[in-house]
Design a protein around this ligand. Structure first.
Ligand SMILES: [Mg+2]
Length: 371
């Protein structure tokens, strides 16, 4: 089998604002083959930047677009093709958007292989550790503590047993930070699990102080209290014996950088399959976390493609039982894939169909396609 075409398709809602919900635009990748099998993948990046990285013509030997690196190649040889993409882009790559763009192509390769051999991707990854995960509802804090409390109450009513609030007003002031987390706990009641995503808002000393102040709200974890470059800050925070797990990793694309963050002491390693270069590199990070006896959890916004790929990823790990489930309700999030991935009694199930187990709703692709 040979790869005949790579399509990078930029989708964008008519209005995109600063909300960090991640589902207002996306880049879908379709990889076509001479066997008629088409694989789909997704990239979480700046879609127009990632599209340029995929489509770029050759500049010289180590400055190529990703399409050129994989065209005419056998889609089964995934490790070799990851290497070709990495080496073909080292002049402008090795990090960031190039690795994020690789994710879309790599995930589509797994989809092709799964469809060809009629097996779900998690089995190709050697997995099947779990088939169901606790879906934690992932949502932004309300603008006011009252709104945060109301959102929490509503999500528990919908059946979620764990909820993560993030970004928005965190970091405004000590009083406001504590009021929002108190309201979140009040809305959820005493039994549902509560996670807080600080959205990179504090310096090291403040993060150590907030972790202690949040002790009474019984957090399952405190996420990204610090900038991802502040690895020494994470080390100091983790050494301060915070009364909850510390989570980080979603900004990281590089394997060495993720290992450094683990070695700084974080408890929850957050890997986004559409940002770190795809499923094989995600699996490496997940097992690096397992070797260190840490939890590994997906980071997952975007669309049903990301949800499916993330489910196959976590099913291939022994060290996870949570699943990040964005509850934003944009059209791309809800309707790009025909599969809805419902949360039933707080749990989400891993697809059992061949490949990723997703079919695109082409009417939605046509409606939001840019260019
Ligand atoms: Mg986060």
């Amino acid at each position: 089998m040979k790869i005949t075409q790579v399509e990078a398709i930029h989708l964008r809602l008519p209005v995109v604002n600063e909300r960090c919900d991640g589902s207002q635009d996306t880049l879908v990748v379709k990889v076509h083959t001479d066997a008629g099998i088409v694989g789909v993948g997704e990239v979480d990046s700046s879609p127009s930047v990632a599209k340029a990285i995929i489509d770029a013509p050759i500049s010289h030997k180590i400055s190529r677009g990703l399409t050129e690196c994989v065209l005419g190649q056998d889609p089964f040889e995934i490790d070799r093709l990851i290497h070709r993409m990495y080496e073909g882009t080292i002049f402008f790559g090795r990090q960031g958007a190039v690795i994020q763009a690789m994710s879309g192509v790599e995930i589509a390769l797994w989809d092709i292989v799964g469809k060809a051999v009629k097996r779900p991707v998690y089995q190709l990854l050697g997995g099947g550790f779990r088939k169901k995960f606790r879906a934690y509802a992932s949502i932004l804090f309300g603008d006011t503590p009252d709104e945060t409390e109301r959102i929490g109450r509503e999500l528990v009513k919908q059946g979620y047993k764990a909820v993560k609030f993030g970004w928005g007003p965190m970091g405004l002031s000590e009083e406001s930070d504590i009021a929002h987390v108190r309201a979140a706990r009040k809305g959820l009641g005493p039994t549902a699990e509560l996670m807080v995503d600080a959205g990179l808002c504090w310096d090291t000393a403040t993060s150590i102080r907030r972790a202690k102040q949040f002790a009474e709200f019984n957090l399952a974890w405190l996420e990204e209290p610090l900038h991802p470059d502040n690895v020494d800050g994470y080390r100091r925070l983790c050494e301060s014996t915070p009364p909850m797990r510390i989570a980080a990793g979603e900004e990281i694309c590089d394997i060495k950088e993720m290992v450094a963050m683990m070695d700084a002491g974080i408890d929850v390693v957050q890997v986004d399959v559409t940002r770190v270069g795809g499923l094989m590199r995600s699996k490496r990070m997940g097992w690096d976390a397992a070797d260190r006896h840490r939890l590994c959890v997906n980071h997952s916004y975007k669309t049903g493609i990301n949800i499916a790929a993330s489910l196959h990823f976590v099913a291939a790990l022994p060290n996870t039982h949570y699943f990040e489930y964005c509850v934003e309700q944009g059209d791309l999030r809800k309707n790009l894939t025909k599969q809805a991935f419902p949360v039933i009694d707080g749990d989400i199930s891993v697809p059992e169909e061949p490949g990723l187990g997703v079919d695109l709703n082409e009417a939605i692709v046509a409606k939001y396609r840019v260019g």
